[in-house]
Design a protein around this ligand. Structure first.
Ligand code: ATP
Ligand code: MG
Ligand code: MG
Length: 554
């Protein structure tokens, strides 16, 4: 494999190393908030952070950024770990911002003592007004010059739960006229009388992201703290908080920002994904239509294809929107190599081979995967009555119709050439049965002259007597709009595709009887399909993962 050129973060690291930064001090982290499941956007960040870990043989921590008890749950922690493992990455240490609550509190007290933090007892509305606007400086509030002693006493009271929510906050005392609005005395702590999934009711105050994040990086001695571009303006604050506690014997973390992943025809904020779940627009976080890692996995996406996708899109400093079809391309490429081929009919029409004996059955050889010479062959039962796909037959063939029509021949994949002789219809004129004859000498692979005969098309089929029934779920996009959450007057929920799920009964070749959760197949000419977790011992359920680009040509 050829070496790709370095992306800008690798270039920064190379430069740091050549300027004397010791490679054994490199340390990275992936810092999800456990307030939802991971989505394909997170995969980009994961591949970046863990990719750096692998490239530089450096540890990557998994840090749960669990500073908001109102939204965080153990279920999400578990799901995040499962998804990371499934993606194929190994974290060094499992850390929690909540493990640092005492240390963060102690630093906050230190900052009060230094005179760079104070308790503000105004309403959040009053605080917001005093912040000013980007073009107008803020003004100092009435509590900005509280004495250190009073601040210490109030902050301790906040910690002890003496005050109701919303009555006081701790703010950093920076600069109410800073050009960067985030530096206009940002909040460090708020009062929340909430149960936390790890610290239970120990804490009545919780640190804000900007304070907790950088200090957590420092505690873990993260050398390169990589985040998405929305945090560019936060960097100044990140550095200000570090300045308050930094000890020059230690590694000082630096923040770097890259462009987040945007994909068309979907939404990627956890808040919006949660709404889809709560409003029951989807069946759960792992619904196969969701852009979550667990949804993609259930749909049939492979970890390899997601990593490959992240590799192709690369790491850059400018935001753009990636076409969903690129993700599907990466998947198809993987499945084409690895998914065994089978036959299934999803919209059946009955075919009777009138010159094939009624009590006869044959077991024909079928190649499992032409892309994989080690995949071998299986036996496929053939008999007098078959199902074909309804759309593969037309009474009168238009020009260039390479399927079956009256008086014309096609090849049945792995089997014989048949010719349509006559049809039966019901009282409404719907075709109920096609009567065909077969060329007894034309068996695929038999080497006979007739087996080499060129006919216009090759169709998939199943033997009715041997077929197994399964539920097959066919998916379309969840949203009808390319960018559902970018409209001014409309909400992303206004663009839900009402026909994103269609459930049909499929008839499958009997080799699928032994298929298990995790197995993936190409249903020939139809697409790739994966076994769904809703399967049980009496019925298999399949998800259509992705269509084929092209039907096979033979
Ligand atoms: P969301 O808006 O979906 O809730 P978030 O950034 O709040 O996302 P976190 O759990 O904080 O979610 O994200 C963990 C890491 O994943 C962060 O470093 C974040 O920058 C990164 N990340 C989140 N979404 C994307 C994305 N679309 N593309 C790249 N990285 C992302
Ligand atoms: Mg976040
Ligand atoms: Mg978020």
């Amino acid at each position: 494999t050829e070496e790709k050129s370095l992306h800008f973060i690798e270039q920064i690291i190379e430069e740091n190393l050549s300027n004397g930064f010791s490679s054994d001090k490199l340390r990275f982290r992936f810092p999800p908030e456990p307030n939802g499941y991971l989505h394909i956007g997170h995969a980009k960040s994961i591949c970046l952070q863990f990719g750096l870990g692998l490239r530089y043989n450096a540890p990557v921590n998994l840090r749960f950024d669990d500073t908001n008890p109102a939204k965080e749950e153990q279920e999400y922690v578990d799901a995040i770990k499962e998804d990371l493992q499934w993606l194929g990455f190994h974290w060094d240490e499992e850390r929690y911002a909540s493990d640092y609550f005492q240390q963060l509190y102690d630093w906050a007290v230190l900052m009060i003592k230094k005179g760079v933090a104070y308790v503000d007892s105004q309403s959040s509305e009053a605080i917001a007004i005093q912040k000013g606007t980007p073009t107008q400086a803020g003004v100092d509030g009435p509590f900005r010059n509280r004495s250190i002693a009073e601040n210490l006493a109030l902050f301790e009271g906040m910690k002890n739960g003496d005050f109701p929510e919303g009555t006081h906050v701790l703010r950093a005392k920076i600069d109410m006229s800073s050009k960067n609005m985030l530096l206009r005395d940002p909040l460090m702590y708020r009062i929340l009388h909430r149960h936390h999934h790890r610290t239970a009711n120990d804490w009545k105050i919780y640190p804000m992201y900007d304070f907790a994040h950088g200090e957590s990086d420092y505690i873990e001695q993260i050398s390169h703290s990589i985040c998405t571009l929305e945090f560019v303006m936060h960097k100044e604050l990140y550095n200000w908080f570090l300045d308050q506690i930094y000890d020059s014997n230690k590694v000082r973390p630096h923040q770097y920002e890259f462009a987040r992943l945007n994909l068309n025809y979907t939404v990627m904020s956890k808040r919006k994904l949660l709404q889809l779940v709560q409003d029951k627009i989807v069946t759960g976080w792992d619904d196969p239509r969701m852009p979550t890692i667990s949804g993609l996995r259930r749909r049939g996406y492979t970890a390899h294809s997601i990593r490959k996708f992240c590799d192709i899109i690369g790491v850059a400093k400018r935001e753009n929107v990636i076409d969903y079809s690129l993700l599907e391309f990466c998947l198809r490429e993987d499945l084409n190599k690895n998914a065994p081929r089978v036959m299934a009919v999803l919209d059946p029409i009955k075919v009777v081979i009138t010159n094939y004996p009624e009590d006869k059955e044959e077991f024909l050889d079928a190649e499992n995967n032409p892309e994989d010479s080690t995949a071998g062959f299986r036996k496929l039962p053939f008999s007098r009555e078959l199902y074909l796909e309804r759309e593969d037959f037309l009474e009168q063939a238009p020009a260039k119709f390479f399927r079956l029509s009256l008086g014309n021949e096609v090849r049945l994949k792995n089997a014989y050439i048949i010719k349509a002789e006559s049809i039966s219809k019901d009282s409404q004129g719907n075709i109920t049965e096609i009567q065909v004859s077969y060329d007894t000498d034309s068996l695929s692979g038999s080497g006979s002259e007739a087996s080499k005969r060129k006919v216009a098309g090759t169709l998939h089929w199943v033997s009715i007597k041997h077929a197994i029934k399964a539920e097959v779920r066919l998916y379309d996009r969840l949203f009808t709009d390319e960018a559902p959450d970018t409209h001014k007057e409309k909400n992303f929920l206004d663009f839900i595709n009402q026909n994103s799920l269609q459930t049909v009964v499929g008839y499958l070749e009997p080799s699928l009887n032994t298929a298990q959760l995790g197995d993936q197949f190409q249903f020939q000419r139809l697409g790739y399909f994966a076994i769904d977790k809703d399967s049980n011992s009496s019925e298999l359920v399949f998800n259509k993962t992705v269509g084929l680009k092209d039907a096979w040509e033979e």
